[in-house]
Every structure is written in structure tokens, then in C-alpha cells.
Design a protein around this ligand. Structure first.
Ligand code: SAM
Length: 218
């Protein structure tokens, strides 16, 4: 799947504005506001998270984003930040940073879109220093049988129209399989489209001595 989506980048902020006002902005403040030190934000998109970092906690943000159209849209938000923000071309599956580089990794609404979620989460673990935190907001596969069926049904079409977004990924399971201990802080049961919820927000840390296992994801 390519990483150049001019139209999606152009309409992304408008398309998500209602959710942003209803709950997403608040979730961003609660979760992204916990980021500290050297931060790698993965799939930073149009830079929606940038106003939600706490300037007093953050040393710098390295914002990884493969789509040049998204990077262009994010530029004004990066320029307005009161801490250094560098947009870096790269992918979640192959983060261009040494092991243990980051105090915090931030991933919001991104694991639905990456090509290889397990590999991406292994990379999150690799680039985090021991004791570092993964901060996430992700929409995931529903526990409700009927909604999960709807998600499976819609997935093939939705992937095509929404820049590879998979509505049915068991992302918390993927975190745990990679050795993360997950603390879910919030779960939202509504969203712009009925196949998107639930949206979960929280933090995850690596448990000492945990080894990687394999988890299946769509
Ligand atoms: C739904 S948008 C979310 C943007 C932003 N994180 C937010 O919360 O608004 C998904 C983003 O992930 C990016 N993306 C897709 N595949 C990726 C990959 N393999 N590695 C890193 N980012 C990726 C897309 O270009 C897009 O900017």
C-alpha cells in the first residue's frame, strides 16, 4: 500500500472535526499530554497532536510520517509548537532511530493503517528506553459480535477509500503479544462511522523479561 494520499490529507481535518470536538480533542489532551522527554510520534498525520503536548514535559518531538501530503499539512502546527518538532520521512515498521532512543512513543489512530501492525509494535518496543511509555489512541476490533461482523464486512472497501484503514484490528492484543503491559484509560463507544468504535486510549509499558509472542492481526 502506498503512502501518498493527497485527497485524504486534504480532507482529514475536516472529516474528523466533529469527533475532535466531541471527544477526540479531550482524549488527545489526556493521553498525549503524558508524553515526556524525547518523543517519537508515529504516523503524525496533519499534526493534530502537536497542540496537546505539554511544553514543560517534552524535550523534542520526532514526528514520523511517510505521506508527503500529510507532512505538508502538519507544517504550520509544527511551526507553532514551543518545543522542537522535526518531521521525519519513515514508517512505523522501520523507525529511523537507534534502540532505546525515546522516552515516549505516541501512536494515535495509526495502527489501523500500517501495513504490518506486529512489526510496527515491535519497533515501538525497540525504540523505547527501558521504562519508557507507549501512549496510544486507537480504534480496534469490537468485542460485540455484531459490530465486529460489520467491521469485517466493511473492511475491504474501507481500506480502499480510507487510506488502508482497517476497522477490525485487535490492536490491544498485538501490544500484549509484543510484551507491553496495557493500561486502558478510556474507551469511547461512538464515532463518525458505526464500524469505527470502540476507540481505546491509554498507555503501555514493557514488562521486564517479557519475550515476544505472535498475535494475529488482520
Ligand atoms: C488516520 S491518520 C492519523 C493521523 C494522526 N496520528 C492523528 O491522530 O490524527 C493515519 C496516519 O498514519 C500514517 N501511516 C500510514 N501507514 C503508516 C506507516 N506504515 N508508518 C507510519 N505512518 C503510517 C498515514 O500517512 C496517516 O498520516
Amino acid at each position: 500500500m502506498g503512502h501518498r494520499h493527497r485527497i485524504v490529507a486534504a480532507i482529514y481535518d475536516q472529516m474528523t472535526e466533529a469527533d475532535e470536538r466531541a471527544f477526540l480533542g479531550q482524549l488527545r489532551s489526556e493521553i498525549v499530554g503524558l508524553a515526556a522527554g524525547t518523543v517519537i510520534e508515529v504516523g503524525a498525520g496533519t499534526g493534530r497532536n502537536l497542540p496537546h503536548y505539554q511544553a514543560g514535559l517534552v524535550r523534542e518531538v520526532k514526528a514520523v510520517e511517510p505521506d508527503p501530503y500529510m507532512r505538508r499539512r502538519a507544517a504550520p502546527r509544527a511551526a507553532a509548537a514551543s518545543f522542537p518538532v522535526e518531521f521525519v520521512e519513515g514508517t512505523a515498521e522501520d523507525l529511523p532511530f537507534p534502540s532505546g532512543y525515546a522516552d515516549s512513543v505516541v501512536a494515535t489512530l495509526v495502527l489501523c493503517s500500517v501495513d504490518q501492525p506486529q512489526q510496527a509494535v515491535r519497533e515501538f518496543r525497540r525504540v523505547l528506553r527501558p521504562g519508557g511509555q507507549l501512549l496510544f489512541i486507537e480504534h480496534i476490533r469490537s468485542d460485540d459480535v455484531w459490530r465486529a461482523r460489520l467491521q469485517d464486512l466493511v473492511a475491504p472497501v474501507w481500506q480502499r477509500v480510507a487510506a488502508n484503514c482497517h476497522p477490525n484490528r485487535p490492536t490491544l492484543t498485538v501490544f500484549r503479544a509484543a510484551g507491553f503491559e496495557v493500561q486502558e484509560k478510556r474507551r469511547v463507544a461512538v464515532g463518525l462511522f458505526p464500524w469505527i468504535p470502540p476507540i481505546v486510549a491509554g498507555l503501555a509499558t514493557v514488562m521486564d523479561g517479557m519475550t515476544l509472542t505472535t498475535a494475529s492481526a488482520h
